[in-house]
Design a protein around this ligand. Sequence first.
Ligand code: FNR
Length: 371
Amino acid sequence: PPLSTILNLHDFEAIARQVMADKAWAYYSSAADDEITNRENHAAYHRIWFRPRVLRDVTEVDFATTILGHKSSMPIYITATALGKLGHPDGELNLTRAAGKHGVIQMIPTLASCSFDDIVDAALPGQVQFFQLYVNKDRKITKRIVQHAEKRGIKGLFITVDAPQLGRREKDMRMKFDAEDPSEVTQAGSEGVDRSQGAARAISSFIDPGLNWDDLKWFKSITTMPLILKGVQCWEDALEAYDRGLAGVVLSNHGGRQLDFARSGIEVLVEVVDKLKEKRGLTFPHEKFQLFCDGGVRRATDVLKAIALGATAVGIGRPFLYAYSAYGPEGMDRALEILHSEFEMNMRLLGAPTIKHVVPSMVDTSNIHTH
Ligand code: FNR
């Protein structure tokens, strides 16, 4: 169907399912076990309602913001998703180019299909990129990757902490991972892979399950990039990250691909904001310790709920994969234009002329249970 029939981010998923190769669809869409968390991620947003304000001048609305001090045209970023070439021959470069064109930030995955340097080279001058890190058992490899990223101008290091082992994604496991397929060639750092159990397992066997809080000192000693933990799922760990001087946390369950029955990022955000205020007197958004969430974000209204609660920005994964897998670069343009027009309309309807006006009193979270 022509791109003009795509009206929202959900539509890309429906088309992608029809047109993508089975193996690619299985890897992108799959989630852990019974996929309960994957469904909950979006459903959780249904429990939060708006309390809009009226009679405010919303002739002009401006939803530009800053993320870790860097400009973004919208309060979203393109989160890290592995194996970009499964869906389209240009892989992650589709994301890089669209990010540059539309003024948003891309988080480059450790397990990109394109080489890290090709992804950095595809960025426009001054275009900001972040890097998602899987920590290798061989710390020499990790050190090399991190220091190279910093040298190439990466502005934030997102260490994935919710994947000491990869979750059981049965849809993906049923597909044989073909080691000969050039679309699956990944970069150094994934040496020594086990290819017997689907794409996800195959590429992740190098990840160190021994990674722990004491390792964070070492990361601080090898890089000056801001360090953010990706995959925090309760206030206790968010507080620990704050106390250890990190730059922020991503409240995330990895798109439902790790522990099934993990709570949604938006639900965890509610308790983290609450408890960090109670325990350390913090209010959000906070410049020195930024909160992000991801998982199931499909509408600007989802994003605005997270922003109202105190998130700096929100990550979006699968919708962009589906957009470029089905329609190439034009699909990415359309996806970002849809979000853009949704922000404009919904900020008007919310009575918020700028992101600063999107405040906690604009959401009702009484249906969210916290700890
Ligand atoms: C991911 N995600 C992910 N996260 C990470 O830290 N390293 C990775 O390599 C990957 N790879 C990956 C592949 C695919 C196909 C998906 C769908 C997701 C998780 C990702 O960063 C993010 O947490 C979720 O994708 C957010 O949920 P949505 O937006 O996809 O619903």
